[in-house]
Write a protein that binds this ligand. Structure first.
Ligand code: AKB
Length: 327
């Protein structure tokens, strides 16, 4: 039976994915049925004006439980987490937020009969994983705190499904590119920063070296994937936590070349950050996402060319509307 989401909680709602997932869910399920929860006061007025907003620290079980009960939540999109580079700087905080937060969400969902969407990442793989056409089921020995949390999270979600019947589902997201909110602390952030610098200064200093190919996706596809997965009849799903997902793969110089088609005098140079470079070198270049295609019909809409065109257009509009400099 196709699941019905009536009352939805989105944790990490002010983050890169949340800022676009919340409006998409509100459009589909009604503004009052999607409760946005962020760790801090909302950065965009729209989050509060367009529907319910609450502050929440996901490491506090009782606060989470109170919200779930107060709003009679039946589905949680659990996005609150530290990204890879920040997690390497603060591994203890990353474990606390990423693992305790997920554990609390799963426990509250077991007690209150909620379905859970929990994003995994290319970070759940490691240096021993095949980097090209990375299989759905393969070696996973991540060597970063972020990756260890993502892999443990996949396993914990599997456990809550098989042991307690909690309807857990997840995706292994590649690097995500978007114009609304900045990612803040990931290894793939360069692919967002580059657009800001290209539009505002026509030059960008990249912290990953030339030739570093990584899997990537444009945010409208990432948001649609999360909603489509949660709307799928559970009897179709074999790989619940978590599906490989991809849309495009490129190295920094390939993205720069696409940008140059729109901003001819844009230039890229390189100043490598060894921490983020070594994280990137342990991640897949291109995942095999046939399980997602076969089990729930996944298809991306944006490739590198289409994403670049749309990003430049929409980010330029956004920056102009904010009164910021656009060259
Ligand atoms: C990061 O770079 O940490 C994230 C990810 C790929 O999970 N964008």
């Amino acid at each position: 039976m196709v699941p019905v989401m009536k009352r939805i909680l989105v944790t990490g709602a002010t983050g890169q994915i949340g800022s676009e997932l919340v409006p998409a869910l509100r459009e589909k399920y009604g503004r009052d049925n999607v409760i946005a929860a962020g760790h801090r006061s909302p950065p965009h007025k729209a989050l509060v004006e367009d529907g319910p907003y609450t502050t929440l620290d996901v490491t506090e079980y009782t606060s989470l439980e109170n919200i779930v009960r107060k709003f009679q939540i039946d589905t949680i999109f659990h996005l609150a987490a530290l990204l890879s580079a920040v997690a390497e700087e603060k591994p203890q905080t990353a474990w606390e937020v990423n693992m305790q937060g997920l554990y609390n969400v799963l426990e509250v969902s077991r007690e209150n009969n909620c379905a859970v969407f929990s994003p995994s990442s290319i970070g759940a793989f490691g240096p021993g994983t095949p980097r090209d056409n990375t299989p759905q089921d393969t070696i996973q020995r991540p060597n970063t705190m972020y990756g260890i949390c993502k892999l443990s999270g996949e396993l914990l979600c599997d456990y809550y499904f098989t042991r307690f019947g909690v309807d857990t589902r997840g995706l292994r997201y590649p690097g995500l590119i978007s114009y609304q909110a900045l990612p803040g602390g990931g290894t793939t952030d360069y692919a967002v920063e580059i657009f800001y610098r290209a539009i505002q200064e026509k030059k960008y200093v990249c912290f990953l070296q030339k030739g570093t190919v990584l899997d990537m996706m444009y945010m409208p596809d990432a948001v649609r994937a999360a909603i489509e997965l949660m709307e799928t009849d559970p009897s179709q799903l074999k790989h619940r936590n978590a599906f490989n997902l991809t849309a495009m793969s490129f190295a920094p110089e390939e993205l720069a070349a696409q940008i140059q088609k729109h901003i001819a005098d844009f230039s890229i140079s390189y100043q490598v950050d060894p921490v983020r470079q070594s994280i990137a070198d342990s991640w897949p270049r291109h995942m095999d996402d046939r399980a997602a295609q076969h089990e729930w019909g996944w298809q991306p809409h944006y490739n590198l060319e289409e994403m670049t065109k749309d990003m430049i257009k929409r980010l330029s509009q956004k920056l102009r509307a904010e009164g910021q400099n656009v060259t």
